[in-house]
Write a protein that binds this ligand. Sequence first.
Ligand code: RTP
Ligand code: MG
Length: 143
Amino acid sequence: ETPVTHNHEETLVLVKPDGVERGLTGQILARIEAKGYVITELRMLTPTREMLVKHYEEHEGKPFFEPLVEFMGSGPVVAARVTGNRVIEGFRSLAGATEPTTAAPGTIRGDLGRDWGEQVQKNLVHGSDSTLSAERELGIWFG
Ligand code: RTP
Ligand code: MG
């Protein structure tokens, strides 16, 4: 296969604690690689509250902020630096809609996500939503 070498972009992908706990890390990373994106850095860690508050600063003050930060710090997370042509938009399309219950089949959340009732935060993955947030978030997770 010819690797894509032009118009590269970077994004931060997180496999959230529910994805790691359910043993879905390999399947999720395989979907990213199958698409042709390249993983250039990878680490597993249980994030500190400080990292999570920074990561989710845009959501501070919202009712789901505290439960989200608590959930994200509840166990190991896999963080990946992923590169590819328009990968920010591409990965979010691969991930699917925020709520696993209604995410389209064919997407990570639609195929592998499950109904947890009200617990919308358990949706397997995170992907940066703009070049600005990708740069900011990659700094938090990879320094
Ligand atoms: P992400 O940032 O994780 O890629 O997901 P997203 O853009 O689809 O969702 P966003 O609106 O940025 O929300 C971040 C995460 O917060 C949790 N959430 N809970 N109403 C709720 O309880 C609620 N809304 C959002 C989800 O884990 C979501 O991924
Ligand atoms: Mg988001």
